[in-house]
Ligand binder design. Structure first.
Ligand SMILES: Cc1cc2nc3c(=O)[nH]c(=O)nc-3n(C[C@H](O)[C@H](O)[C@H](O)COP(=O)(O)OP(=O)(O)OC[C@H]3O[C@@H](n4cnc5c(N)ncnc54)[C@H](O)[C@@H]3O)c2cc1C
Length: 503
């Protein structure tokens, strides 16, 4: 196994996608790897909730960029099919603008162009041009930017990268960019929805992120049968196959540093040591709470001034009847997008009349709900750092049920057989999430690449960071890439035989 003479050891804190990914990469190179996870399941924000015969994915539900995930498994001589079956959704999702203005987004590109054309004449051809540009950003972004460790600006000093920088649209706003091609409010809303989760209003997000429209409209929306948790289970199985030890229900509460190295990782189940430590738990928590203060890479002020991506208010709901008007993914956009975005990003308050998202995986998958029932996941994106309480949760629950019932044309509140909410205080309690964030740091220009918290500790030689708060950013594929970046960085320096001087 591997090609290193002396078997090195690694401890990975956290078993989310980033932690599992880094653990698998290091184990494949012959490292002796132990993953330490505070919760009783692997997967972090993508854990599963099993109750009353339902299986709810607790976090991610959109499976985008399937090639990134497939390549991850291929790297270890595996195929996705060894672990789960992936299905493309059609329609990819539906957007509900009002009771009778419902737009299903077809998976087929020609059908999508026709749909655009029917809403705004001429927009079908302009969609070609828009997505061609977005495709360029996606391909070049994936090739030249996304997999960089972000340790130095010199990583980007290359003629090809430099040339592509101009076409990457880093300095134009996404808001302006979309309006160069389209003007109908419904098309603008469809195209702007993916950036709602990136951490700023479309006017403040670089046009670079039209690459997400390419991921959405060209690469498609997929679903692993059994639920998103199948991906977690697949990666966990792969980790075990590689010989990784996974300790669940074990919380790290202190990192002991001697001679500028982590000597001991103190956990609720004893003390561990290894050559390298990868912190794949929330970066802020490790930097500010697990390390002695003199070894933090960043100050409390630094963290306070970071712009966080949104948090969210969630409900997992089981209904003992079928709701035919819902699709697998449903975006309820019948209220004002601008006002909701302002509540998240400007006033940082609870939104008055929010947009929301409903996932109904039981449309595609009979295994996630008892026969004849629906598995519903409701999500309202909110500002991070809000105080949530029972009154707030009940208020929005009633609002969401009313709006969904109005759309479905039937009051199903009497048919609810399971209900559980999840919000900021749960993110803090379960993941030590800074300000209860759900999606990490905002993807603004000032928090991109070398400007993100570093994958390497600035003060502790053998401590590294992975996860959605460092490069490349939030989302399932980026978190997997983040684990690969940090593992490859460690392996590369080790292979060059400069291990001791660098780490
Ligand atoms: C509600 C929601 C919906 C989302 N929807 C999507 C989507 O549809 N598509 C998409 O691509 N992305 C989505 N995302 C984003 C995506 O899920 C995350 O970016 C990704 O899962 C983050 O992975 P991670 O490994 O960085 O962090 P995490 O998953 O948070 O993993 C960190 C792990 O560290 C553990 N930990 C923390 N502190 C300690 C400690 N002291 N000791 C031991 N362990 C510790 C935690 O328990 C956790 O398991 C969503 C996120 C949320 C919250």
């Amino acid at each position: 196994m591997g090609n290193i003479a002396h078997r090195k050891s690694a401890i990975v804190i956290g078993s989310g996608f980033a932690g599992l990914s880094s653990a698998i990469c290091l184990a494949a190179e012959g490292y002796d790897v132990t993953v330490i996870e505070k919760n009783s399941q692997t997967g972090g924000r993508a854990r599963m909730l099993e109750a009353a015969g339902f299986r709810f994915d607790m976090g991610p539900s959109w499976y985008w960029m399937p090639e990134v995930i497939a390549q991850f498994f291929n790297r270890f001589g595996r195929s996705l099919d060894d672990y789960f079956h992936l299905q493309r959704l059609d329609p990819s999702y539906q957007v509900i603008f009002s009771q009778d203005q419902v737009v299903p987004i077809p998976a087929d590109y020609e059908a999508l162009k026709k749909l655009f054309e029917s809403i705004e004449p001429g927009s079908g051809a302009r969609l070609d041009a828009f997505l061609q540009e977005a495709g360029y950003k996606y391909e070049h972004g994936m090739q030249h930017f996304v997999r960089k460790p972000g340790q130095s600006i010199t990583e980007f000093v290359d003629r090809k990268i430099f040339r592509s920088l101009f076409r990457m649209d880093m300095l134009t706003s996404f808001h302006k960019h979309v309006r160069k091609y389209f003007s109908h409010p419904r098309l603008l809303q469809i195209l702007e929805f993916p950036v709602l989760f990136l951490g700023a209003e479309p006017a403040k997000i670089p046009a670079l992120y039209s690459m997400m429209n390419y991921a959405d409209m060209r690469l498609g929306t997929w679903y692993p049968l059994g639920g998103m948790h199948r991906l977690v289970a697949g990666m966990t199985t792969l980790a075990l196959e590689m010989g990784v030890d996974i300790l669940l229900d074990t919380e790290v509460f202190k990192l002991n540093v001697q001679d500028k190295k982590v000597k001991h990782v103190h956990t609720t189940r004893g003390c561990f040591s290894a050559d390298v430590v990868i912190a794949a738990a929330d970066y802020h928590h490790v930097d500010q709470h697990l390390l002695p203060p003199q070894y933090s890479s960043y100050s409390a002020h630094y963290w306070e001034t970071r712009k966080m991506a949104p948090s969210c208010l969630l409900y997992y709901v089981g209904v003992n009847k079928k709701l035919p008007r819902l699709q697998h993914h449903n975006l309820f956009f019948e209220s004002n997008f601008g006002k909701h975005a302002a509540a998240i990003y400007s006033t940082q308050s609870w939104p008055e009349d929010p947009l929301f998202y409903v996932c109904c995986p039981s449309k595609t998958d009979r295994t996630v709900a008892p026969p004849g029932m629906e598995n519903l996941f409701f999500l309202i994106p909110t500002a991070p750092g809000l105080a949530d309480n029972v009154t707030v949760r009940n208020h929005y629950f009633d609002m969401l049920m009313k709006r969904t019932a109005a759309f479905c044309g039937e009051d199903f509140t009497e048919n609810i057989v399971f209900r559980q909410s999840y919000a900021h205080s749960n993110f803090v309690a379960d993941y030590h999430a800074f300000k209860g964030n759900a999606y990490g740091l905002a993807n603004t220009l000032g928090q991109t690449a070398v400007l993100k918290p570093s994958i390497r500790s600035k003060r502790v030689k053998n401590l590294f960071f992975a996860g959605q708060l460092t490069v490349p950013g939030p989302g399932v594929p980026p978190a997997i890439i983040s684990g690969q970046i940090v593992a490859d960085y460690i392996i590369k320096h080790h292979k060059r035989q400069v291990y001791e001087s660098v780490i």
